[in-house]
Write a protein that binds this ligand. Sequence first.
Ligand code: SAM
Length: 373
Amino acid sequence: MQVCFRRFARFLKVKFVSAHQDIIAKHYSLCKVYSTSVKNMSVEIQTPSVRGLSSIFPPHTVCGMKVLDRDAFRKEITVPSIFVTVDKVGEVIKLIKQNECLLKMDNLQPVQDEGKDKIILLNPDSYEEKYLKIRQCFKKVDINSVSWRKITVTYENWNSQDIFKAILPPNTPGNISGYSIIGHIIHVNLKTELLDFKYVIGQVLLDKHPNIRTVVNKSQIIENEFRSLNFELLAGVPEYEVLVKENHSQFAFDFSKVFWNPRLVKERERIFKNIDSGDLVYDVFAGVGPFAIPLAKQKCQVHANDLNPDSYKWLCHNANLNKVTQYVRAYNLDGKVFIQTIAKLDFLFWMRDRKQLEACSCFNEFASCALVL
Ligand SMILES: C[S@@+](CC[C@H](N)C(=O)[O-])C[C@H]1O[C@@H](n2cnc3c(N)ncnc32)[C@H](O)[C@@H]1O
């Protein structure tokens, strides 16, 4: 009798020696048993880990799915479980957590009632990996047997990243992590090789983010003069008016009509640090006010301008929303005109008093150049 094993040699051997070859086969869908004779038997255990996949990974049949079929994710898995009397639960859970082998899946309770006592479900991959160590730990608390238990898992039990890895073919990037959340909208920028899967990706993102109602994909680079995005609805409702919180302020706007980039939050913070309370600020390209509004809250006097009528509308709305109308004057002008009229007049006035001029901050290099000119 010969056992060909790879990574979990000790575990497999124990099972095999105890004549549980049929159980091994059941435990691993990928287990192939080649049996020629009892004398010359070779068992090749191709555990899912050999393929680089967890044994609690979604079914391989979902690979390549382009229209989401949630039922296709239903799968029976076999996981190690231990019976624990209720008085020992706390102690055992602590041990399991130290060994990081609790079965953690979305919407699945790893500690379940068994009459008055409890059954604790373990992660089969971690259990196999740390088999000896875990068994030793269990012995210390008088747990000597670990049994294998079949449970049914469904689409609800996997997180979006596991689902993407399962659905997307091996030659595509299986990781859809570079997306932005803007209020109730998820905004993805899918690589070309993922476009065939865009609707299924959108639907999974929608399902797995409870506060999201709309998923869009950037369709082109920013190219219009107001720098609003062109995007395509992938899933959910075509509602683009959002409410966003940033830097202790609230911003409402229509994401389909104005510029908004949540990734600039750090840049905005950096700029706030350079501006003191009470400063006079000219924001030439103000958008919906991500600089202007928090600065107004800091009691800066802000002249905020944007040529896009929608940005201007939401800028005024946001000044109201954040109760800073007395600190914000909004303009809907071309930046050059704004500088050459509003800012220039003010600058000339302030220049009469150099001390006041020092307190004047101008956001944009273009603005200062235009003034000098
Ligand atoms: C890159 S966005 C920055 C907006 C804002 N500062 C922010 O961080 O969200 C540039 C803004 O300039 C505005 N814009 C484009 N051309 C303009 C012009 N000629 N005069 C004034 N504003 C303009 C756009 O509408 C847009 O809101």
